[in-house]
Design a protein around this ligand. Structure first.
Ligand code: ZN
Length: 214
């Protein structure tokens, strides 16, 4: 009987150790949260901002990365200059960069999408994608003032603002990007790319590309 009692008393400390260890772990997990709530509550407002900040920062990073992508046909222009970047937004965990194509069927559209995807990946934004927005359609009026300045500097006549409204058959007045003369003649409907027409200045006799109006 005694040996049985001893035998029983022997395993009990072992069980106690095991239970103690378990209790210790449970309590060690349970204890820190008890003092923690007050600092966490105090940080509540700032932690909410911290959750928001990375989102905004990522969106800003996505916007900056996409905006800085150069147009494959006119590398002096960024997508922001072109006015094709329609916005960057978050849908769930994913960042969606909205782009609008320039000329329908323009081979640059796919190149632009691929370039933006590459830029987003380079910026470390792996969960981001490009979405094509068709409405409202892009117009050369969407090219920014900065874009027009860059085009002129590059020797390409920027599209005349509001020319789309003047209609297809209206006479176009194209200003020479070099000397500013409006005495210009169209040589060819297609310049170095399908999106540009080839013109020549009658004043300085220089040929130049004209960004076709839409
Ligand atoms: Zn000229």
């Amino acid at each position: 009987m005694r040996t049985q009692t001893q035998a029983m008393s022997v395993p009990s400390p072992l069980v106690g150790e095991g239970q103690g260890g378990g209790d210790g772990r449970t309590s060690s997990v349970g204890l820190p949260p008890t003092p923690a709530p007050s600092p966490r509550q105090a940080e509540g407002a700032s932690s909410a901002r911290r959750e928001g900040e990375p989102c905004d920062a990522e969106l800003e990073r996505a916007h900056a990365a996409a905006a800085a992508v150069a147009d494959p046909e006119i590398p002096v222009l960024t997508l922001e200059d072109l006015g094709v970047l329609r916005g960057v937004e978050r849908r769930g965990e994913q960042i969606v960069v909205k782009l609008t194509p320039t000329y329908t069927g323009c081979p640059a559209t796919l190149a632009i999408q691929l370039a933006v995807e590459a830029a987003l990946a380079e910026a470390g934004l792996t969960d981001a994608r490009v979405e094509t927005v068709l409405s409202p359609p892009w117009s050369t009026d969407d090219i920014t003032e900065e874009g027009r300045r860059k085009l002129k500097e590059f020797g390409i006549a920027p599209p005349e603002p509001g020319s789309r409204a003047r209609g297809l058959f209206a006479r176009e007045t194209v200003t020479c990007p070099r000397c500013g003369s409006t005495a210009t003649t169209r040589i060819s409907e297609f310049g170095s790319t399908p999106c540009k027409a080839l013109w020549r200045c009658d004043s300085c006799a220089e040929p130049f590309d004209y960004f076709k109006c839409l």
